[in-house]
Design a protein around this ligand. Structure first.
Ligand SMILES: Nc1nc2c(c(=O)[nH]1)N[C@H]1C(S)=C(S)[C@@H](COP(=O)(O)OP(=O)(O)OC[C@H]3O[C@@H](n4cnc5c(=O)[nH]c(N)nc54)[C@H](O)[C@@H]3O)O[C@H]1N2
Ligand SMILES: Nc1nc2c(c(=O)[nH]1)N[C@H]1C(S)=C(S)[C@@H](COP(=O)(O)OP(=O)(O)OC[C@H]3O[C@@H](n4cnc5c(=O)[nH]c(N)nc54)[C@H](O)[C@@H]3O)O[C@H]1N2
Ligand code: SF4
Ligand SMILES: [Mo]
Length: 706
């Protein structure tokens, strides 16, 4: 007989996937409470990559789902733009107004005047990418998504010819893990799970290469603290030492590389002394690192995005990847260079995205250059019609895009009509004409690909949305009806039907199968993943000499767009190239705008726990640099360059090189004095070879704020 008080019933568990723009794409277990609400969110223990671990911000998802500031009603602007005055409207009335404005704009300037603008606030294929179907059906302006992955992917693919790599779970078996330019503790926590497993179980060494002693470097056995934008120089010197000291795998090179002899000759002058002067890393540390990775053949190079957010980022990514080829690491279990597995999934999303409706003559506009597009810059517009109408989903460009002053100036134009579909009143929503409330991921069906692993995961609807918010798919479908394209292929299907079709085309079953099995592991076999049957280029060889002009890349914009950085300046072999904003007398500091642990881009800035943990917008600077300005901890400092200036609070921090400053997190603009955020300082110029934003590459001046 049970004499104890009745135990509280264990909550039911719903299975899902994290929808956020994070390479970890965690498999989630969501507590479903009896009142229809969610409790805590946990990482799925039986998913071999997530392995039970998720970040703190998603564990507390209830804070975001039931947030009192969540948007609940369609809103139509009253008064002038950005004044914060709205009238509530019915969905019918709001959608009618959007359609009417889009049709009027089209009548005046042609369809390219409408620019659907979206990004990865949700990574769900259905809710994120359905906007493309509407865009193609209506021949609206194209969207070149350059803001995040372009430089990194281009550099990696220039080397390997494919966007995939060794199974990231192999990290657990590596002898050495090099975490390069990714603050994994903050930005993709599962990398740490597997790296630390290797340290515990095999005594593996963890090396971290970054520009400040961030939470990831704090956990490292070997810390390489280099100057921003100098990873190419570091990689060259490491390879120089590998050749010099007999640690290059010459048999592997003969078989798998395009021009090892040429590389060796080129590197003759790229000595550790040469690199030490450029990178700030002492010769002995460069040599020790080279010996470590040269002798530990099963070294796993885990290459992140951050170090590619420099104007020479593609070259640096290519150079870092090259080390694994010189040591022959690829041939070993637990070895090789991994950046992203995005290329393994090969899903046919043609119906979802309206591929067949696409007109190749329609112009493309660059996501990162939205400021210039909106202020009517001829070059950014490709000489075509002005943009006078926008639909924005899952992104917050007034906060996250570079050249923020131009972006805001553009959104404030009276002849621009903007509809923002959002979960919260973001900086961008505040500048809109119509704001539509969006569901959150637990309230709709979708399917997600892992970037940092190999699972395709289902995220089914687990709870009912409150009255008000509607899905992205709903908005696209309702606009399609009003804009006269609802009879085109791909329209009229539910999210579940889209998921069924995508899965069936790849022989992966259907929605119901995934609801049962939760995910599918699509990791290619060992030989393929390690490129043992050859790299992705036609001749199967790794490219030490990439053809930058014709570099292939999953992100390559249409040639007609004419968008290219100064590719002619890119080097023939891995090298250091000063395409970056080199510090000068007027701008003695180099600023990186690195991610904050408790935010995810502009998301979670609204949740109290995250904002409390992050404190306030700060500038981390070396105590000796601070002293030179008479700045003490907590002082207000003004940071500026030709693009503008912002005020931040100084945080003295010895874990950064002199001359380098770090501002963590994309705080809302309104969290700053003057209502202007950190992206006032970042540039939108297209980096070589073909675009991408260099968020961590800014020369700035600093002064004590008055
Ligand atoms: N908590 C949290 N998680 C996130 C995000 C977030 O904002 N917050 N953002 C998400 C998104 S959209 C993405 S794309 C990923 C990105 O995640 P990561 O791949 O980690 O890339 P970043 O966060 O841009 O930068 C990583 C590190 O690179 C460093 N870095 C900057 N310049 C250089 C350089 O020249 N050389 C070297 N070696 N290091 C450099 C930065 O200081 C930072 O510590 O993270 C995702 N996850
Ligand atoms: N200074 C600086 N700027 C940066 C970066 C940096 O490192 N430094 N990183 C850059 C990078 S890598 C990226 S990827 C960008 C990302 O920047 P954003 O694209 O703004 O990224 P998120 O904050 O992930 O998502 C934006 C919005 O999507 C909304 N959202 C989420 N799910 C849904 C949905 O289902 N429907 C709708 N309608 N909305 C939804 C969220 O509420 C959120 O406001 O920022 C870039 N900007
Ligand atoms: S934000 Fe990243 S680490 Fe956190 S739960 Fe989502 S996928 Fe996992
Ligand atoms: Mo990103």
């Amino acid at each position: 007989m049970n004499t104890h008080a009745p135990m509280k019933a264990k909550p039911r568990i719903g299975h899902s996937a994290c929808p956020h723009d994070c390479p970890s794409t965690c498999a989630l277990e969501v507590e479903l409470l009896e009142d229809g609400k969610i409790g805590r969110v946990h990482g799925a223990r039986d998913n071999s990559y997530t392995a039970g671990v998720i970040c703190a911000k998603v564990a507390r998802y209830a804070d975001r789902l039931y947030h009192p500031d969540r948007l609940m009603k369609p809103l139509i602007r009253k008064g002038s733009k950005g004044q914060g005055q709205w009238v509530e409207a019915s969905w019918e009335a709001a959608l009618d107004l959007v359609a009417e404005k889009f049709l009027a704009a089209e009548t005046k300037y042609g369809p390219e005047t409408v620019w659907p603008y979206y990004y990865a606030g949700t990574m769900g294929l259905v809710q994120r990418d359905s906007i493309n179907r509407l865009r193609h059906a209506k021949k609206y302006s194209g969207f070149f998504g350059s803001i995040c992955t372009n430089l990194a992917w281009t550099g990696y693919v220039a080397a390997t010819g494919a966007l995939r790599g060794p199974d990231p779970r192999e990290m657990g078996k590596s002898g050495c893990i090099v975490i390069w330019g990714t603050n994994a503790v903050a930005t993709q926590v599962n990398v740490m799970t597997h790296a630390i497993k290797a340290r515990k179980e095999n005594g593996a060494k963890i090396a971290v290469i970054d520009i400040y002693d961030n939470p990831t470097m704090k956990q490292a056995d070997i810390k390489v603290l280099l100057k921003p934008g100098t990873d190419g120089a570091f990689a060259c010197a490491v390879m120089h030492v590998l050749f010099r000291d007999g640690l290059a795998d010459r048999d592997y090179l003969a078989r798998y590389a395009d021009d090892a002899a040429g590389l060796e000759m080129h590197l003759a002058t790229r000595t550790p002394e040469w690199a030490a002067a450029i990178t700030g890393v002492p010769v002995a540390e460069i040599e020790a690192f080279a010996h470590l990775v040269g002798k530990t053949k099963n070294t796993f190079f885990r290459l992140g995005y951050g170090f590619a957010r420099q104007r020479n980022g593609a070259v640096n990514m290519h150079a870092a990847t090259s080390i694994a080829t010189v040591t022959g690491a690829w041939a070993h279990e637990g070895g090789g260079a991994f950046h992203s597995n995005s290329g393994i999934f090969k899903l046919d999303t043609g119906l979802l995205e309206g591929g067949r409706l696409r007109d190749p003559n329609v112009r493309f506009l660059d996501q990162s250059r939205i400021g210039r597009v909106l202020i009517g810059d001829e070059e950014a517009l490709g000489g075509g019609a002005p943009v006078t109408a926008m639909l924005i989903q899952n992104t917050n460009p007034a906060n996250v895009a570079p050249e923020q002053r131009l972006v805001k100036q553009g959104f404030l134009r009276d002849d621009l009509f903007t509809c923002v579909h959002e979960q919260f009143m973001t900086d961008t929503a505040e500048l809109a004409d119509v704001v539509l409330p969006a569901t959150q991921f637990l309230e709709h069906d979708d399917i997600y690909k892992g970037g940092g692993h190999q699972h395709l995961l289902l995220g089914p609807k687990l709870v009912d949305a409150p009255e008000g918010p509607r899905t992205n798919l709903y908005v696209i479908e309702e606009l399609a009806k009003r804009l006269g394209v609802a009879d085109q292929p791909g329209f009229g299907l539910s999210a579940r039907e889209h998921i069924d079709r995508i899965l069936e085309k790849r022989d992966l079953g259907d929605f119901d199968k995934f609801a049962e099995e939760k995910w599918a592991d699509l990791q290619p076999d060992f030989e393929t993943a390690h490129f043992l049957r050859g790299f992705g280029h036609p001749d199967g060889k790794f490219r030490f000499r990439p053809n930058w002009q014709n570099a292939i890349g999953p992100n390559r914009p249409p040639k007609s767009m004419g968008l290219q950085g100064p590719y002619a300046l890119l080097p023939e072999f891995p090298d250091h190239i000063d395409l970056i904003e080199v510090a000068d007398e007027k701008h003695p500091f180099r600023l990186a705008t690195s991610p904050a642990r408790s935010f995810l881009n502009s998301t979670f800035t609204e949740t109290e726990a995250s904002a409390r943990k992050e404190g306030r917008p700060e500038l981390m600077l070396h105590p000796e640099d601070a002293a030179a300005f008479g700045v003490v901890d907590g002082d207000r400092v003004e940071v500026g360059n030709k693009r503008g200036e912002v005020v931040l609070h100084a945080r003295l921090f010895a874990g950064v090189r002199r001359g380098v400053v770090i501002a963590e997190g994309i705080w809302p603009n309104k969290a700053h004095e003057r209502g202007e955020g950190i992206n006032v300082l970042t540039g939108s110029d297209a980096a070589a070879p073909f675009g991408g934003a260099a968020f961590h590459d800014n020369k700035v001046w600093i002064r004590k704020a008055l």
